[in-house]
Design a protein around this ligand. Structure first.
Ligand SMILES: C[S@@+](CC[C@H](N)C(=O)[O-])C[C@H]1O[C@@H](n2cnc3c(N)ncnc32)[C@H](O)[C@@H]1O
Length: 289
């Protein structure tokens, strides 16, 4: 029976030969998944032998990764905001840069925005996917002070968001709606509209990683020919459901940042924040009071 050290070395070589990025990281991650253990265990037990069944499962996981399937769809998990999210090919894999949306909302909230001494703060997350934004905000903001809604047009995505709410013991904290953007939500009733909408243009499809194009939901990634199509509809709908002085906080990309700025005519305090790589990542804007 091969040892854990031997199977890891073979796996790293196999992934390297197949041009899988970060081969060691992927090999370790998939072995941890196969053996249901943490990284410390891998290093503490290099002589541990794998059973035939474990080897077969590890081989299967490596074959999937070589085929281009993202590791998160193989393991079924992705961490976001320090929380463990279940992911399937029905939802976008949450990205670290999306945490800037959470940070922006919490910063505005800490500055007293959206404060209503006698009423709960109302937030809606548009295109919730795995539920990562809505559930991270539910974790951060006390139940007594906030009412959180989340929408998605994909029933399969909402199913995963509900699973995540239950697993994270946040069920009951978010009300999920299957709808197109903000259709059917009460006008003039929200303090914050937050969203990581689809914003990639079909014209830039060639520049999108093959793994994303092949395995992540097209509806979650691509917006239309230019990338602005969903945002173009979202901004006026957000204006309609926000209270006077309410905020829209939305993830964007460097490619569309200038185009997006031009769509906020008549809004106040329009601000674009860069991510850690200096790429425009979050736009926030306030409706007139
Ligand atoms: C970029 S993903 C974001 C998922 C998640 N919020 C995140 O940050 O990881 C966009 C999400 O918007 C949803 N979506 C696409 N078009 C939509 C529409 N017209 N109305 C509601 N949701 C939509 C997709 O199904 C997908 O879940």
């Amino acid at each position: 029976m091969p040892s854990l050290r031997d199977v890891l070395t073979t796996a790293v070589n196999r992934l390297t030969a197949s041009h899988v990025p970060s081969p060691r990281l992927n090999a370790e991650l998939l072995l941890m998944f196969t053996l249901d253990c943490d990284r410390a265990y891998l290093f503490a037990h290099p002589e541990r032998e794998l059973s035939m069944e474990e080897q077969a499962r590890y081989d299967g996981a490596l074959a999937e990764r070589v085929r281009g399937v993202p590791a998160q769809y193989i393991t079924g998990h992705q961490e976001f905001w320090g929380m463990d999210f279940v992911v399937t090919p029905a939802v976008l894999i949450p990205r670290p840069e999306t945490e800037h949306v959470i940070e922006t909302v919490l910063r505005l909230r800490a500055a007293g925005e959206g404060a209503r001494p006698t009423q709960a703060l109302r937030i809606v997350d548009v295109g919730t996917g795995s539920g990562c934004i809505a559930l991270a905000l539910a974790k951060e903001l006390p139940q007594a002070e906030v009412e959180i809604h989340a929408t998605d047009i994909s029933s399969a995505a909402l199913e995963i968001a509900r699973v995540n709410a239950a697993r994270l013991q946040l069920d009951g904290r978010v009300q999920f709606h299957e709808t197109d953007l903000l259709q059917g939500l009460e006008p003039g009733s929200f303090d914050f509209v937050v969203s990581n909408p689809p914003y990639v243009g079909e014209s830039e499809e060639d520049q999108v990683q093959l793994e994303v194009r092949k395995f992540e939901p097209r509806l979650a990634v691509f917006a239309g020919a230019t990338g602005l199509e969903v945002i173009l509809r979202l901004i006026p709908q957000a204006r309609l459901v926000l209270k006077p002085g309410g905020w829209l906080v939305m993830e964007i990309s460097g490619t569309i940042a200038d185009g997006v700025r031009g769509l906020f005519d008549g809004w106040d305090d329009v601000q674009v924040t860069n991510d850690l790589q200096g790429i425009p990542r979050v736009v926030s804007a306030r409706t007139a009071c």
